[in-house]
Design a protein around this ligand. Structure first.
Ligand code: GRF
Length: 217
């Protein structure tokens, strides 16, 4: 079994393409001291992503990286890795980042990149997961935080929360209910990493006991 990160304050980068409510929830958890982390940088591939403004308002470095200025994904990600290395980032949190991560980013942050998805994986990966759940007629859906691998929403699962699907739900009303839980499980998952408690065993994560500063469980 392999430990994902040793215990200690996480140096996070958040990658977001849109609204940034998960980014905000992480900031709030840090402010409350529920999450032992610093957010070093918010990176977006969309110039007008509200997430960029949210970061600027909090005096967190906000960087727009335009994928169209690069010849291919590898070049884009090489630059991104350079930026993240420069900021001494230890863990990358994808929060509504609408791109499939490629080999360059994956290699450098292997097992140290996490994602949040608005469904109970492996059900409903990909886009519009909440609408997929409503259309399918499941009675429960929810959200998943997982370690990123080469697939789409497919890596080892860290945490999930279950949310009922109500008879009158639309994709939007379900999304709202799921979002409340997203804002809880993302910082909680990252805090497990900060406590050095996450191990990978094949496609599973194993969460170890809490060890305090004196080394007692
Ligand atoms: C969330 O529903 C997240 O699960 C999905 O994209 C959405 C991002 O929302 N990956 P926000 O930008 O964090 O508000």
């Amino acid at each position: 079994m392999m430990q994902v990160t040793p215990a200690g304050r996480l140096q996070l980068a958040v990658l977001a393409s849109g609204r940034g409510s998960n980014f905000d929830a992480l900031c709030q958890a840090i402010e409350r001291r529920d999450l032992n982390a610093d957010i070093k940088v918010l990176v977006s591939d969309k110039e007008n992503a509200p997430a960029l403004d949210k970061a600027r308002k909090r005096n967190i470095e906000a960087v727009y990286l335009n994928p169209r200025s690069y010849n291919n994904r590898d070049e884009y990600e090489s630059d991104l890795v350079k930026l993240l290395k420069g900021q001494q980032v230890t863990v990358v949190a994808l929060a509504g980042y609408m791109r499939l991560v490629g080999p360059v980013l994956l290699k450098y942050f292997q097992h140290r990149m996490v994602n949040i998805h608005p469904a109970l994986l492996p059900a409903f990966p990909g886009l519009q997961a909440q609408q997929q759940a409503v259309d399918y007629g499941v009675k429960y859906s929810g959200c998943t935080v997982h370690i990123v691998d080469a697939g789409m929403d497919s890596g080892p699962i860290l945490m999930q929360a279950v949310v009922p699907v109500l008879p009158d739900d639309s994709g939007d009303t379900l999304a709202e209910r799921i979002l409340v839980e997203e804002h809880q499980i993302y910082w909680r998952s990252l805090q497990l990493l900060a406590e050095g408690r996450v191990y990978i065993d094949g496609r599973k994560t194993v969460i170890g006991g809490y060890i305090d500063e004196k080394g007692t469980h």
